[in-house]
Design a protein around this ligand. Structure first.
Ligand code: 9D3
Length: 242
């Protein structure tokens, strides 16, 4: 997959792409990422990227020309490529959306800043808008990193020998069960007996039950969507009553 990111703050992308899973995926040529500075696509002496809003009001608005020209300089003539604006007004990002995006060979991400982006960028340039949640960031850069990290983990070969991305809790629809490692007793706090028993069927049942309890307590809305067996549904109902 090839990913282009348009931003006014290219340095923000230095560390995530030179670390861990990303670095390995780039080295293995499973993914390539190009960061483009929107300011490089201006033509005036002062490299102006923003201007006052028509109609007045506080703050500045990103001008359309540099963003259009940046996209046009990198976009292939043919094929439909997602051109995604990261914005608080976009559709709420999810594992499902990441899976959709992972099926494309290319992605173009545009990071907004300041008070907003000229509306013609939305109307005539982008074909998708994504928000990562209902909280206020200073711009789309961190959101773009969240989207790229989530998508890249889903690409074949990126996770290597680690667990399949299909085992992730947000894919299975339940939160994860509690994990423990040595020592068996730490400051007097013991690891649950069952995990030391060596009885794999019992361990598996316990973990599953814990996952359901935890999901019911913390994220009950996930249970409505989860793919549960009849037996699991019965356990949920029993727990709900107690
Ligand atoms: C102070 C400006 N706000 C007026 C109501 C709106 C606003 C505009 C731009 C708030 C934040 C931003 C910058 N944020 C993003 O560009 C952004 C974002 C976010 O803030 N939260 C969650 N997802 C995203 S994706 C891009």
């Amino acid at each position: 997959m090839h990913i282009d990111i348009l931003t006014l703050f290219p340095q923000m992308f230095d560390s995530p792409f030179s670390t861990g899973i990303f670095k390995r995926a780039i080295e293995r040529k499973l993914v390539s990422v190009n960061i483009h500075n929107i300011r490089d696509y201006t033509h005036d002496k002062h490299h102006t990227v923003d201007d006052y809003p028509y109609g007045g009001g506080a703050g500045m608005v990103l001008k359309p020309e540099p963003i259009f020209e940046a996209v046009e300089s990198i976009k292939p003539e043919s094929g439909e490529v997602p051109i995604i604006l990261l914005t608080p007004q976009g559709r709420l990002f999810s594992q499902q959306i990441a899976l959709e995006l992972s099926k494309h060979g290319r992605l173009i991400l545009i990071c907004g800043r300041y008070e907003g982006v000229d509306e013609r960028v939305r109307s005539y340039l982008v074909n998708d808008e994504i928000s990562i949640g209902d909280y206020v960031l200073s711009g789309g850069e961190l959101a773009a990193m969240v989207v790229v990290e989530t998508v890249v983990r889903l690409l074949p070969g990126v996770l290597g020998s680690e667990v399949s991305p299909l085992d992730d809790s947000h894919v299975a629809g339940l939160l994860e069960y509690p994990q423990y490692t040595r020592p068996a007793v730490y400051r007097g706090w013991s690891v649950p007996e069952v995990l030391l028993s060596g009885n794999h069927a019992q361990i598996s049942n316990w973990r599953h039950e814990q996952a359901i309890i935890r999901t019911l307590e913390r994220r009950p809305e996930l249970l409505d969507k989860a793919n549960l067996s009849e037996e699991e549904r019965q356990l949920v109902n029993k727990l709900k009553q107690s």
